[in-house]
Design a protein around this ligand. Structure first.
Ligand SMILES: Nc1nc2c(ncn2[C@@H]2O[C@H](COP(=O)(O)OP(=O)(O)OP(=O)(O)O)[C@@H](O)[C@H]2O)c(=O)[nH]1
Ligand SMILES: [Mg+2]
Length: 220
């Protein structure tokens, strides 16, 4: 199990919203997982929480609803429907794109966005739209290059470097990381970044506190 400050394994499903207006009340802290259809969003959420929380599928466009999971009273994880799925009618695509833009711009509790892109074809137009929206809204981004297990280490590193270079041009709060839910690559980095978003930057004092807590004997 990964060592993180937040206990992601305790995440529980709250609701499936058909659109952004039906999300839980906009308070506390929310982190959203977004990316092209089939990029591996649901798999990443499942790997993080070490549960089969979100449905995954070989068929792109599986997650049509906005699935919301609760970490505690005021902290949520959001699994957004994937974009760029060819078989979705154009009208629906446009509607979803608008809704996504609106969500990023208006949702006060949104404190970070995880953008998932297949490491073999990252930074497509719609990914860039999403990243630019986040940058404009001053929301930090963690770009996960998914299915990293599909590439050999050298190629994987080269891809990460290239994406880092490209996104550095935006001069914003963006972190890039190789990721594989299958092999656990980047899982720690994901948990630590989310820790920062939910709890603020890591301070060694906090660590001392949690360690002494966990060392207490459980005999009463
Ligand atoms: N090799 C490999 N395959 C993966 C990995 N993560 C996800 N997949 C596969 O990619 C497919 C899509 O994964 P999902 O997690 O359902 O993707 P999604 O982004 O939630 O897709 P939508 O909900 O349709 O937008 C499934 O067949 C997964 O098994 C990974 O780390 N490595
Ligand atoms: Mg999904």
């Amino acid at each position: 199990m990964i060592k993180s400050r937040m206990k992601y394994q305790t995440a529980t499903f709250i609701t499936s919203a058909p659109d952004i207006s039906r999300l839980p009340i906009d308070s506390g802290i929310e982190v959203a997982f977004a990316g092209r259809s089939n990029a591996g969003k649901s798999s990443a959420l499942n790997a993080l929480t070490d549960q089969k929380l979100a449905r995954t599928s070989k068929t792109p466009g599986r997650t049509q609803l906005i699935n919301t999971f609760e970490l505690d009273e005021d902290k949520r994880l959001i699994d957004l429907p994937g974009y760029g799925f060819a078989k979705v009618p154009l009208e629906m695509k446009k509607k979803w794109q608008r809704a996504l833009g609106e969500y990023l711009q208006k949702r006060k509790s949104l404190k970070g966005i995880v953008v998932l892109m297949d490491i073999r074809h990252p930074l497509k137009d719609l990914d860039m739209d999403l990243i630019n929206w986040a940058v404009d809204s001053e929301i930090p981004v963690l770009a996960l290059l998914t299915k990293a297990d599909k590439l050999k280490q050298g190629k994987r590193k080269a891809e990460v470097l290239q994406v880092k270079k490209k996104l550095a041009e935006l001069d914003a709060d963006i972190t890039v990381c190789a990721f594989s839910s299958l092999k656990g690559i980047g899982l720690k980095e994901l948990a630590w970044k989310l820790d920062d978003w939910y709890l603020g930057p890591y301070k060694p004092e906090d660590e001392v506190e949690t360690e002494s807590e966990s060392e207490q004997p459980d005999s009463e």
